[in-house]
Design a protein around this ligand. Sequence first.
Ligand code: C2E
Ligand code: MG
Ligand code: MG
Length: 587
Amino acid sequence: MSNEYPIKAEPPTMKLLLIDDDIVDRMNAKRNLQQSGQHIAVTEASTAEDGLALALQGQFDLILLDYQLPTMNGLEFLITLRAGSNCNTPVVILSHSNDDALAIRCIEKGAQDFINKSEVTASRLIRSIMHASERHKIEQELRESREQLRYLAEVDALTGLANRYIFEQALRHALPLSARQNTGLALVILDLDKFKDVNDTLGHAVGDELLKEVAQRIKSQVRDGDILCRLGGDEFAILIHSLEDIELVRRFSQRVIQVLQKPICIEGHVISVSASMGIASFPDCASDPIQLMKCADVALYRAKDEGRNQAHLYSKALHEKIQCRIELENDLRGALSRDEFILYYQPQISMDNDQVTGVEALIRWIHPTRGLIAPDNFIPIAEDLGLINNIGAWVLETSCKQFQHWRNTFNAVDLNLSISVNLSALQLSQDELVDNIKKIMEKYDIPNQCLELELTESAVTKNIEVSTALLQELAKSGITLAMDDFGTGYSSLLQLKNYPFQVLKIDKTFIQSISDSEDGALYLKAINAFAKILGLEVVAEGVETKQQLDLCRKLQFDRIQGYYFSRPIPPNDFEKKYLVAPIVPAP
Ligand code: C2E
Ligand code: MG
Ligand code: MG
C-alpha cells in the first residue's frame, strides 16, 4: 500500500516592498492587500533611503512606491534604482497627483503602473500589482530575446568568439582610426590545416569540440583590445591594433603555432592540429578593408602552398607569384584536352659499353602564352588539383607509343634500349595502376623488362603498405623499378632493401655538390658499394662535366645521365642523334 497523499500546492507568496513615509497610507495599502486574499508578504520602509537599500538587495517581487517622499520623488527614486544596478523589480507608483504627463514619465523611467491614491481600492490595487508583475515578466522575456538575437547576430555560437559580422565592422572602424592616430594595424587570417579530415574521419561533433579548443588556445595568445573572431568553418581572424613593428605579428603567429602543437584529446581521440596564417598590415599592404582581407588571404594561400603549419606575410611579389599560380592552375585544367603536353627524351649511357641503353621520358608543357614550362613548375600543381593521374596515364601511353615506333623503325631491340617513365606518388594510390600499365605494354607490344618506372623515395614511403604491395606486383611482372632522386630528402639505404627496386638513381644535386670534394667522392663510393651489396644498378644523374664523368667511371657506376651527353630533347632529335646512327654521342 502506498503512503503517498496528494499535497495541495500553496500558491507562492509574493514578496512586496512598500515604501511610503505616511504611516496611514501604508496601513491603507496593507489593508487593501490583505482584503484581496492573495498571498503577499509585505516589508515596509518609511524613507526613500531605507527603501532603496532594501530594493537593491533584489529579493522583492514588486515595489509599491509613494511618489512623494521627503528626500526624493518617485522619478528620482526610479532613476537611482535602475541606474548602475541590475535591479529591475517591477514598481507601481502611488501618488496624490492626477498628472498624466508625470505618470507617463514614470512609466518611461521604468515604473510598471501609476495609480492615484484616492482611487485605490483593494481590487484596483491588486489588479494593478498583478498586471505590473505580468507586464514586467513579458518585458523581461522581450529583453532577453532581444539580447539573444544580438548575441546570435554578433557571437559565434560554437566558440563564443565574435563572428564575421562583428569582425568586418571592427575592421571598417579600425582602418580610419589607425590612419588618424598614425598607428599600424595587422590582420591575420588563420586556417586550420586539414581540418576536413577530422570532420570526415571522426565526425562533426569531434570537429566542433576541436574548434572550441583551438579557439581557446588562440585566444590565450591574443592581447586585450585586439580582436579575435571565427570567420566560419575552421577560419579565424585576428585584428592587431596599435602595431609598432610587424615583427610582433610574426612572433604572435609563432606563439599560435606553438600553442596549437600540443595534441588535443577529444572523446578518447588524440588529435594533432596545425594552422596556416596569412598576415597583411595596414597601411603597407592595402588601404581599405576589402583589399586588406584579400592580401591576408593571398598570404594564407602561400603559407598553405609552402607546406602549411606556418605564417606568411603579404608582399607585392608574393601577390604576383600567387596570381601566376592561380592562372597556371586554371590553364593546367584544360592542358591535356588541348594537347599542350609533349615529351622530351634524355639518353642514359651504359658505362659497360658506352652505348645508349636507356632513355628517360620527361614531360614539358607548351603553354600558349608562357611557352615551354618545365615539369617542376606544374607537376606539383597537377598533383594538388588531382590531375596527375590523367597526365601520368598520358605520359605512359605517349612514351610507350614512341618507344614502339623506335623499336619497330630502328631495330631498338638490338640496341637493348629501355624506356624510363616517372611516376608521381599519387599515382601509386590508383587501384587500377598495375592493370593500366600492363594494358599499355600489351597494346604497344613492349616487353615488360623494357620499361623502367622511376619513383622517388618519398613517393614510396608516403603510403608504405599500398606501395609495397603494388611495387611487388609490378616487379613480379618483370618491370624494372628505379628509385629516383636518391640523395635528396631523407634518403635511407637501409629502407631500400624493403622494396623491390633494382635501380638507384643518384640525384644530380648530390653528384654536383659533392663530386669535387674528397669527402663527396667518398660518400658516392660508399653509396655505390652499399647499393651493389643490395644488388642494385646505380645510375648517376646530372653529370655535366668531364671531371664528374671520370669520377663516375672510376666509381664504376652502371649508367650515366646528364647534360654532358645530352639535355632532354624532342623525339625527332633523339632519333636523329641516337637511333639513326647509334653511336656514343660526342660531348
Ligand atoms: P627527374 O626524374 O629526376 O629527371 C631528371 C631531371 O634532371 C630532368 O629535369 C632533367 O632535365 C634534369 N637533368 C638531367 N641531366 C641534368 C644535368 O646534367 N644537369 C642538370 N642541371 N639537370 C639535369 P626535368 O625534365 O625538368 O624534370 C624535373 C622533374 O620533373 C623530374 O626529375 C621528375 O621528377 C619530374 N617529371 C618529369 N617528367 C615527369 C612525368 O612525366 N611524370 C612525373 N610524375 N614527373 C615528371
Ligand atoms: Mg626521373
Ligand atoms: Mg631524378
